[in-house]
Design a protein around this ligand. Sequence first.
Ligand SMILES: [Fe+2]
Ligand SMILES: [Fe+2]
Length: 274
Amino acid sequence: MAVVTPKSGEYHRIRNRNPKLSFDENYPISWHSTIPEFACACNAVSLLMPHVEPFVVRSVERVADELPDDVRPAALAYARQERQHHAQHRRFNDRVFAEHPGLGWIDRLMATTFRFLDRRSDEFGVAFAAGAETIAYAGARWTDDRIGTLFTDAEPTARRLFLWHLAEEVEHKGAAHDVWESFSGNRVKYVLGTITSVMVLAFFAFIGTLGLLWTERRLFSPRAHWNLLVWSVTYVFEFMPLAVVSALPGHHPNDLADPVYLPTWLKTQVDNEL
Ligand SMILES: [Fe+2]
Ligand SMILES: [Fe+2]
């Protein structure tokens, strides 16, 4: 087992919050008035959450008893946050599937994929979780730089769902890394877990977005494809340096400078109400 630097205070940073979101039967799934393709991309990511997040929770909880005392509390707090994330996304996704029942095949394909991944080793599971957290953290940094452009015309409940989720991704950015480092520390497996995570998440985000563009009758919109291309390329430039740095010995996600808006938003818009 690898030696891990104590993460004092980490556990208290990772809070379990219920953002109190309501998605009734009239909730508009096309929730962006000026950039509808952005809602399609976000909704595609949302469809993934009830699959990928339970998988990382299972992967972390399976090894929890073997983690050192200074890592386990933060790992369990992280798992609690991810549970709340996918519970809220599942409710949101119910509206997506109610409006677009033809997308059910994507959900079934994701379920099959994660059932397959579940049969891999515990070491693979924690490496995948650490890689997925790098992807999520890059997503938070990418979004933080574009909050005004992307979320000004968003419907408030959807805005709250995605900002709350991304802000908590920043909050628990180091937890899965600590689990991987304490349980395994195998850098080759970490890279393989990250590559698998990137491929699975990118594939489903891609086909989910295409499916949603089709159902929203925007599949042949040049503007939608241009925006999606620009977002994808700029996200890759955000993610790649983080992925490389994360694979280097001695790196810890807590060394990275956090984005400014999302943590402030979480404090003022959610924590103040709890
Ligand atoms: Fe999450
Ligand atoms: Fe996360």
